[in-house]
Design a protein around this ligand. Structure first.
Ligand code: G3P
Ligand code: CA
Length: 359
């Protein structure tokens, strides 16, 4: 190609859009959509209805928070108490001064209804005629029932939805139940679609020990606030304080930082933090995207997608899915050539023109 033409083409290409967007994630794949407490923007959180709707709306992973009952059963519940989300106060008196789930048997918990209203009525969701198929869509489910819903949904629909459970209490029995329940369902190795998360690093270490015993290599995510101090990325947990990511990169696979900056804790999720975590081989799964409006959500997502987050928690799976598809379909600009290269090409073009005129 003639130099002058080369120079022209390079400058033209710099202004042209290229192919579909690429991702700055660790693997280069699209970030995973994690349905935070199920499709909790539309259905009462941590119910089989919320999990099923999340699956239908296109979640990559379902997130159940997990606590334990007095008779040693893992159940899906965010709080360690039952009174915020269920009708327990109408049916039972307080125990030990409150309504801790660990003070109730599974049989008692099975009598409860989750009556915590979702943020948005279901008839405003992407599936206005959604009718849950579970016989107990608004009870407090066991972890086993959540796992069964996901595996059953995958088998019936040819999907490959994973699980991203969070341990909400530090309890050796709960650690063992979670790992064994996941392993028995085929969510066992680092190659399977499963992560275990906690705000408590010691809990994650204890879970790792159980995994080693059971031959499991499920990936782990350490939750907390993000911070960068003197170039060192850290995760700040109320339970364990601040920890440099380099100190935990040997046993966790990712971090789950809060999106929100807090002057006393984290800086929110920045591209610098994501890059430093990636340098350590750690994925970044921030929480929680809670924007229901598609335009506002997309505007918020773009910068985070650019930063290279590897996954994210959202209450609105469908809005996240639409935003991700729009981002993927939006061409990335071709990077400008290095200034030195552009200058060389330009000079070569001018020399060629001058020589041609001199002939
Ligand atoms: O697990 C990520 C995120 O869910 C942590 O916040 O309080 O909703 O469990 P929380
Ligand atoms: Ca959680």
């Amino acid at each position: 190609m003639r130099p002058i033409l080369t120079a022209f083409c390079l400058s033209f290409a710099a202004a042209m859009p290229a192919g579909a967007a690429t991702f700055n994630t660790l693997t280069g794949a699209a970030p995973i959509i994690i349905a935070h407490r199920g499709a909790s923007g539309y259905q009462p959180e941590h119910t089989l209805a919320a999990y099923e709707l999340a699956a239908r709306l296109g979640a990559d992973y379902i997130e159940p928070d997990v606590v334990i009952t007095s008779d040693g059963v893992a159940i899906a519940l965010h709080d360690t108490t039952l009174d915020r989300t269920t009708d327990v106060e109408a049916l039972f008196g307080p125990r030990n001064g409150g309504y801790d789930a660990v003070d109730f048997t599974l049989a008692e918990i099975r009598t409860l209804t989750v009556d915590h209203a979702p943020a948005t009525p279901v008839n405003e969701s992407a599936i206005p005629d959604f009718v849950p198929t579970s016989a107990t869509p608004y009870g407090v489910p066991t972890l086993q029932e959540v796992v069964d819903l996901v595996t059953g949904y995958n088998a019936a629909n040819g999907t490959d939805i994973g699980l991203h459970p969070e341990l909400k209490t530090a309890d050796p029995a709960l650690n063992r139940i979670i790992v064994s329940t996941l392993v028995e369902a085929g969510f066992s190795t680092a190659g399977d679609k499963v992560y275990i998360q906690s705000f408590d690093l010691q809990t994650l270490r204890d879970v790792a020990a159980v995994q080693a015993e059971l031959g499991s290599t499920i990936r782990q995510v350490a939750l907390g606030a993000a911070r960068v101090e003197d170039g060192v990325p850290m995760v700040i947990c109320s339970l364990t304080g601040g920890t440099p990511l380099g100190d935990i990169a040997d046993f966790v696979d990712g971090v789950g930082p809060s999106l929100f900056a807090n002057p006393d804790l984290g800086i929110g999720v920045t591209s610098v933090f994501v890059g430093l975590a990636h340098d350590l081989g750690l994925e970044v799964h921030p929480y929680t995207f809670n924007e229901a409006d598609p335009e506002a959500a997309y505007a918020a997502f773009v910068g985070y997608f650019d930063s290279g987050i590897d996954g994210f928690f959202t209450n609105y799976t469908d809005v996240a899915r639409t935003s991700l598809a729009r981002y993927e379909a939006t061409p990335s600009p071709v990077p400008l050539p290095a200034p030195g290269l552009a200058l060389l090409v330009g000079v070569a073009g001018l020399v060629a023109i001058r020589r041609r005129r001199e002939r």
